[in-house]
Design a protein around this ligand. Structure first.
Ligand code: ADP
Length: 184
């Protein structure tokens, strides 16, 4: 199955891997609204990236988002000891059966992350499968929303060179690849 697609000038690539190893300009963190660290991909990023990322998060929280980061919004920090240059922290929706604006909020999480990357002049961005771990969004539904959200964004803005989806399991990669074949 194909793992590389093109939307305008931007490559969209699907790989299996650990997002903390990516050397992209930014990696996206599936954070929670406290954005003070957590489990899953969030825990892995802070563990491997070191305390600098959390320090920056704390400053942003104190100044810009004292109540926490709302679902669908995104912020950007450095990447500490990681090979990526920046971490974009966004909050995906918790799955509550599908009738609580989950899809709309998941689109916002992807598109606000991309918007921030473009605003900062970044060229390459890696995403995990937001919301499909602890937040319980079924991966078959989430991948459709994720790929459509990225496609819609890239059709309007073509300043990015590459968007990579870094899937943690072979099964998630297969689900994304099958869906990408439909969408791109
Ligand atoms: P959420 O709370 O948004 O569901 P999780 O971190 O629990 O976030 O899970 C999101 C997805 O990230 C899941 O599919 C999970 O398997 C995956 N994941 C966990 N650790 C990593 C990692 N190091 N790199 C890439 N993906 C990861």
């Amino acid at each position: 199955m194909r793992k590389e697609f093109k939307v305008g000038k931007t490559n969209v690539r699907l790989i299996r891997g650990d997002i903390t190893n990516m050397e992209t300009d930014a990696i996206v963190n599936a954070a929670n609204s406290s954005f003070m660290g957590g489990g899953g991909v969030d825990g892995a990023i802070h563990r491997k990236g070191g305390p600098k990322i959390l320090e920056e998060c704390k400053k942003i929280r104190a100044t810009e988002w004292p109540q926490g980061l709302p679902t669908g919004k995104a912020i950007i920090t450095g990447a500490g000891n990681l090979k990526a240059r920046h971490v974009i922290h966004t909050v995906g929706p918790v799955w509550r059966g599908g009738n609580h604006r989950e899809a709309e909020l998941l689109v916002q999480a992807y598109q606000n992350s991309l918007r921030l990357a473009v605003a900062k002049g970044l060229k390459t961005v890696a995403f995990p499968s937001i919301s499909t771990g602890a937040y319980g969004y079924p991966v078959e539904d989430a991948c459709h929303v994720a790929l459509e959200a990225v496609k819609e964004f890239l059709e309007k803005k073509d300043s990015l060179d590459e968007v990579v989806f870094v899937l943690f399991s072979e099964s998630a990669l297969e689900v994304y690849a099958a869906e990408a074949e439909e969408i791109f």
